[in-house]
Design a protein around this ligand. Structure first.
Ligand code: F0G
Length: 419
């Protein structure tokens, strides 16, 4: 596959040392002169390529822009994002039975999800190409991030959401940050079809993860994890487990590893196994891995409590499936009950996440039980969004409030009787 080779000669179309390459046919394009999301020739996914890949010594500063040497610009519209915590979770580590378990809590980004990492870069590119109306389809978090970064960049934002299927916190964010919210009668995949059409017709600039520049920002999740492990543990994790919707993060992490290997910053044997987790009701990637397919089949009917990953047509599958396979990883589907159990277990460690995020831990649990994950592995689970994104799901997973009288004695009586 053309996309595995990063060592292309710098094409004539690149004046800045940055260009776009089609992962299917290898066609190359200038990055910022025209708006383009997929290949002109074959409609394949595009990937950002660089004349110079950085080494670890090139990184300084904080957050996503610490890694500017690995990005197309050296600054962007920033709130700022990145530098998220890597939590130790000792009880979960012991219960699941792995050598080391860390949880990278991407819910601690400014709008409460990893999407901020992609938006800080994506909105910078939008400024460069000179557009003023940004748009996305979203299960919620992308719309919250786009609305905030669009507001900060003084641009108009339009978000298409599946009606009735987006968690309350996310709609509230998009609304307050000033996006126009179009509630579509259809699921996420329908929203994405429509917004892609709008983008093709030149009506909007698309900031879904089909836009290759978003994935450049999301690469920094991998850089942060590996840099932290290198300096604090002197190792690299054996495996990174993450929830999968459109498979943008899976694709971004794989690109991060390939660039590090190409620059000598990571040995091929040390590349962490990319392990994707989906909800049983929306699992085309897990299906493709299980069946050995090189593509995903679109699921028309999708359903899960983890609404963030309620997606039947993962657009980044052509980038992500090779990533899972080449790194020796896998993909698995978990039930909504397993997701809620994992959400509770994380909350018991003080880590508050939304359901989709907990899928990573639920998947690790399942794979460890099946013996796919070994007991001597060092594992990082990504939790992608904050608990407060979906207050309803948190209330379902958590304990019920208990009504008590409005006096101290009444409260004491209640506590005595109920204990
Ligand atoms: N976790 C959360 C909390 C998400 O919001 C998403 C995607 C994913 C995981 C899946 O990531 O697409 O890179 O595989 N949310 C998108 C949105 C679709 O519109 O907010 P992926």
């Amino acid at each position: 596959m053309a996309h595995l080779d990063l060592n292309e000669a710098v094409p004539a179309c690149s004046e800045t040392g940055v260009w776009l390459t089609c992962i299917e046919c290898g066609a190359q394009f200038a990055p910022f002169t025209e708006v383009r999301y997929t290949c002109d020739d074959c409609d394949g996914l595009l990937e950002v390529r660089y004349a110079d890949l950085p080494t670890w010594d090139d990184f300084e500063g904080r957050g996503v822009w610490r890694y500017d040497a690995a990005l197309p610009f050296d600054e962007g519209v920033s709130l700022p994002e990145g530098d998220t915590p890597l939590h130790a979770v000792p009880e979960l580590e012991a219960e699941i039975g792995v050598d080391r378990l860390r949880v990278k809590h991407e819910g601690m980004n400014p709008t409460g999800s990893f999407k901020d990492r992609g938006m800080t870069v994506g909105v910078r590119v939008a400024q460069q190409v000179g557009v003023d109306r940004l748009a996305c389809a979203s299960t919620g978090n992308t719309s919250a991030a786009l609305a905030a970064y669009g507001a900060r960049g003084r641009m108009e934002t339009l978000v298409l959401l599946p009606a009735g299927k987006v968690a309350a916190g996310k709609v509230a964010q998009a609304s307050l940050h000033g996006a126009r919210i179009l509630e579509v009668d259809g699921n996420f995949d329908t929203c994405l079809d429509i917004v892609q059409d709008l983008a093709r017709r030149g009506k909007v600039y698309l900031l879904n993860s089909l836009n290759p520049f978003r994935l450049e920002g999301q690469k920094t999740i991998g850089l942060e994890i590996l840099e932290r492990f290198r300096t604090e543990e002197g190792t690299v994790p054996d495996r990174i487990v993450l929830p999968v919707g459109n498979a943008g993060n899976t694709a971004a992490l794989y690109k991060c590893f390939r660039e590090l290997v190409a620059s000598g910053g990571l040995t091929p044997e040390d590349v962490p196994k990319l392990t994707g987790v989906q909800a049983e009701g929306a699992a085309p990637m897990a299906e493709a891995i299980e069946e050995g397919w090189d593509h995903t089949e679109r699921w028309e009917d999708v359903e899960t409590r983890a609404t963030a990953i309620r997606i039947g047509n993962p657009v980044n599958a052509p980038k992500a499936l090779p990533g899972i396979r080449e790194t020796g990883g896998t993909a698995v589907a978990v039930s909504d009950e397993q997701i809620t159990d994992a959400q509770r277990a994380l909350a018991g460690e003080g880590v508050g996440v939304e359901p989709a995020s907990a899928a990573s831990v639920a998947g690790l649990r399942a794979l460890r039980k099946q013996g796919v994950v070994d007991g001597d592995e060092q594992v990082v689970c990504l939790t992608t969004g904050h608990l407060l994104k979906d207050p309803e799901a948190a209330a379902v997973a958590g304990s019920d409030p208990e009504p008590v009288p409005g006096t101290t004695d009444g409260v004491l009586d209640y506590l005595r009787e109920s204990s």
